[in-house]
Design a protein around this ligand. Structure first.
Ligand SMILES: O[C@H]1[C@H](O)[C@@H](O)[C@H](O)[C@@H](O)[C@H]1O
Ligand SMILES: [Fe+2]
Ligand SMILES: [Fe+2]
Length: 325
């Protein structure tokens, strides 16, 4: 009979040191195996995301797009919202809001992204003619549409978080919904006729201001979209919050910052301020828009079912877990 040492190719030791060495080696192998399994799982997850971020959307092929953003036919809730917002979004208010945001004394609540999403459960957006569901549903509907179209994981994440700036209603000393939600536009120059309900800007003192009321106002042509002072609201707030606290790529940050800037990304206004590189950002914002707008539906998603997938996605882009809001 063959000696056991011949089968294993070496002598069998029974001393403690050798046993310890063997069990360390087994631990090492297990770590490697766990790492390989994790890598494979992440790869598999990614395989579901193969489309370019800016490839045309597919999920909305059968949607009647003319049914969305019908402001003339909208209810009084929406019209009254814009009457108030357009009267009050002045340069002076904007500077006050930004100072408030940047103040060293500002207490910044810390909350994970998922907890922030759940907090939005109670918020129904007064400016929105297309959904009366809570914002958590809107975020999940956007993210799910992006996921269904096989878009990159960072873009799915942008869908999931893009309206979290609406949390400023609870956190940032907002005055009401008028300085949180709704379409956005620059202040400091003439309000463009392509904004919705443009006549309501007549009640805004800046519209007759000797500088702010002129076509270019405080800006130079070609100054760059990033240099426009955007009306204060959830886009700008979330952009400022996430710019330094996530690994979202620049295109994703542009989607967040300008997703409500319909007069620019949808109606071609304010192009005179664009600089080199802005066309690329515009392209990104446009690629995101269908997932924000046409994903709105009355179909209620089951939050608990989707939660594990999105918790993992959040982990990938927010390694520090909690966000300073
Ligand atoms: O009513 C909506 C809503 O507030 C959205 O979150 C915003 O991004 C849109 O631009 C706006 O018109
Ligand atoms: Fe939004
Ligand atoms: Fe949205």
């Amino acid at each position: 009979m063959m000696a056991p040492s011949a089968v294993y190719g070496g002598p069998i030791h029974h001393d403690g040191a050798a046993l310890e060495a063997t069990s360390d080696a087994i631990d090492d192998v297990n770590v490697l195996k766990a790492r390989a399994a994790e890598k494979k799982r992440r790869l598999e997850l990614r395989q579901g995301s193969s489309a370019d971020f800016d490839a045309d959307s597919q999920f909305d092929a059968t949607k009647d797009k003319s049914a969305f953003r019908q402001y003339e036919a909208a209810c009084d809730r929406v019209k009254n919202f814009y009457i108030e917002q357009h009267a009050k979004q002045t340069v002076a208010y904007n500077l006050t809001a930004r100072q408030r945001f940047h103040a060293a004394s500002r207490v910044r609540p810390e909350l994970s992204v998922w907890d922030a999403i759940e907090k939005l459960n109670t918020l129904v957006d007064e400016s929105d003619p297309d959904t009366e569901l809570s914002q958590i549903q809107h975020l999940l509907q956007s993210a799910e549409a992006i996921r269904r179209d096989g878009k990159p994981r960072w873009m799915q994440l942008v869908g999931l978080v893009h309206d979290l700036g609406k949390l400023m209603l609870f956190f940032d000393g907002a005055q009401g919904q008028w300085d949180v939600v709704g379409d956005s536009f620059p202040v400091g120059c003439r309000f463009d006729g392509r904004c919705i309900f443009p006549d309501t800007f007549a009640a805004n003192p800046d519209s007759v201001h000797p500088v702010f009321g002129t076509e270019l106002g405080i800006y130079a042509p070609g100054c760059g979209i990033r240099n426009l002072i955007m009306s204060w609201g959830h886009d700008e707030y979330l952009y400022l919050v996430l710019r330094d606290q996530s690994t979202i790529p620049p295109e994703g940050l542009a989607m967040i910052r300008y997703h409500s800037f319909y007069p620019w990304h949808h109606d071609g206004a304010y192009r005179e301020f664009m600089a080199d590189g802005d066309e690329k950002l515009l392209n990104a914002v446009r690629a995101f828009n269908p997932y924000d707008l046409y994903s709105k539906s009355n179909e209620v998603l089951i939050v608990e079912e989707l939660k594990p997938y999105y918790l993992e996605l959040i982990d990938e882009f927010f390694p520090q877990r909690k966000i300073k809001w």
